[in-house]
Design a protein around this ligand. Structure first.
Ligand code: ZN
Length: 145
């Protein structure tokens, strides 16, 4: 379910089984959201997280697929990369014993529901590859036409 509020914000409710990052990217593309703040809560499973290793200019990746985890906090943004929406998000996840872990979110499957709120920036930040660190970072922030 996707709802645009009167305040130019979006409430996106994803169902069990949907891929979080790829679905959000598809919605951003469909709705032409090229800049905005993303926050959310819910529950996830099959979560692939990353921790960036600057010396290697690459992520250490790990998949957590042995349980369903509370999505305590999804925090990120949608920007544009090569003219298309690009979502950069980090997540804090909780286990049944109430311990937490988290990191850069590559992908996850919605385990119960995911309630995501997107607030457009009103600008369209552009990412370009930054050779010094090995990532596409925000380098320009053109005003939305
Ligand atoms: Zn990150």
């Amino acid at each position: 379910m996707i709802v645009e509020t009167s305040n130019d914000q979006w409430i996106i409710v994803l169902d069990k089984g949907q891929k979080l990052m790829s679905t959000l990217t598809e919605i951003a593309s469909e709705k032409n959201i090229l800049g905005g703040h993303i926050v959310g809560i819910g529950a996830l499973e099959k979560v692939e997280l990353g921790a960036f290793h600057l010396d290697d200019k690459d992520y250490i990746r790990k998949t957590f697929d042995d349980a369903e985890y509370e999505l305590i906090s999804l925090n990120g943004n949608v920007t544009q990369k090569d003219g298309k929406p690009f979502i950069h998000a980090h997540s804090a996840l909780g286990r049944e014993d109430f311990t937490m872990f988290g990191g850069h979110l590559f992908e996850a499957t919605v385990a119960v529901t995911a309630e995501i709120y997107v607030t457009p920036f009103g600008i369209m930040p552009e990412r370009q590859f930054n050779e010094a660190i090995g990532l596409a970072t925000i380098q320009h922030c053109p005003i939305k036409a």
